[in-house]
Design a protein around this ligand. Structure first.
Ligand SMILES: [Zn+2]
Length: 308
């Protein structure tokens, strides 16, 4: 019999599983002759040069997508964007002074599921070249100096653990000291379950820091991007003096399926989209990504007295 473990070597790099992969149920499949390479499609398109829009299915030249800040030029679908690209798209070039760049998570609970938290962290550090799911720093947005945090969904789903909470808190405290406004661009699946209660505590900590910042009469603009949910939405993301969102972002606390099952009722059309929440007053404005820098700078102009 063929040994299935010799096959599918492409999965070797996947995270280790506690249970071995199941045996092939029907050995005859294992002996199936190899099909001819599935390449009747045009081979003159080099790989990695084109991206397909998941919304309108148009093929977009990668360089074009970079130039449009990853917004589909045909249907305006907003592709995900990383924290570094986000910061570059918002600040005056060369003005960003990163804070706490080397801060990394401790695996206090020594959490282990299908793989250990420590190994997940290491894998995501290598994959994203980030130390955790947020980058923070002081910068210039238009004519104003501001504290800026940008979350990155690629790092463990943008989840908020101790590092995300601490970096955001330090940024807000520093902005309070320097009397500058704060902008936080959120993108998160919520609290980081691998850190248990420690991640939930970040909700209170970040909220308190923002309250002190607000008491000094300093502005905070929360920018929601797809998706912003759970513990992040239930703390700093919903506390902005202004709350703005990218178009069509999914914003909510629990997922729609959980809510449908709990309430045993059909959810209204467009539930948990930015547009739905703007109609109902939670979100103040929906801003396409390419206008975000300009609009934020405009808002800061209204909200913050000009410094001498
Ligand atoms: Zn499109």
């Amino acid at each position: 019999m063929a040994t299935p473990s010799q096959q599918g070597s492409g999965s070797d790099s996947m995270e280790p599983s506690l249970t071995p992969p199941p045996e092939s149920p029907d050995p005859s499949f294992a002996k199936k002759p190899k099909l001819a390479p599935a390449s009747p499609r045009k081979r003159d398109i080099p790989q990695g040069v084109w991206d397909k829009c998941p919304k309108c299915e148009a093929m977009i030249f990668e360089q074009e997508l970079e130039d449009t800040l990853k917004v589909c030029p045909h249907c305006s679908h907003h592709f995900p964007i990383g924290a570094r690209e986000r910061i570059e798209s918002l600040v005056v070039s060369g003005s960003f002074e990163e804070m706490d760049a080397g801060m990394t998570s401790a695996d206090t609970l020594e959490f282990t599921g299908t793989s250990s938290y420590a190994s997940k962290l290491e894998k995501h550090r290598q994959k994203t070249k980030l130390n955790d799911a947020v980058i923070t720093g002081l910068c210039q947005v238009g004519e104003r100096r501001a504290g800026l945090a940008a979350m990155d969904f690629n790092f463990l789903g943008g989840s908020m653990g101790s590092v995300v909470g601490e970096k955001i808190t330090r940024l807000v405290e520093r902005s309070t000291e320097e009397q500058v406004p704060v902008i936080i661009v959120s993108s998160s699946g919520g609290a980081r379950m691998y850190e248990g209660m420690f991640s939930l505590m970040q909700m209170a900590k970040t909220s308190a820091a923002l309250a002190y910042h607000g008491r000094k009469g300093l502005a905070y603009i929360s920018v929601l991007t797809h998706p912003t949910t759970a513990g992040v939405m239930a703390s700093y993301a919903s506390l902005g003096d202004l709350i703005v969102s990218e178009p069509k972002a999914m914003i909510g606390f629990a997922g729609p399926r959980v809510i449908r099952d709990t309430t045993q009722s059909e959810l209204p059309e467009g539930f948990q989209t930015a547009e739905f929440l703007m109609e109902r007053g939670l979100i103040d404005a929906i801003i396409p990504r390419r206008q975000l820098s300009e609009r934020l700078s405009e808002y800061l102009g209204y909200l913050c007295p000009a410094t001498a």
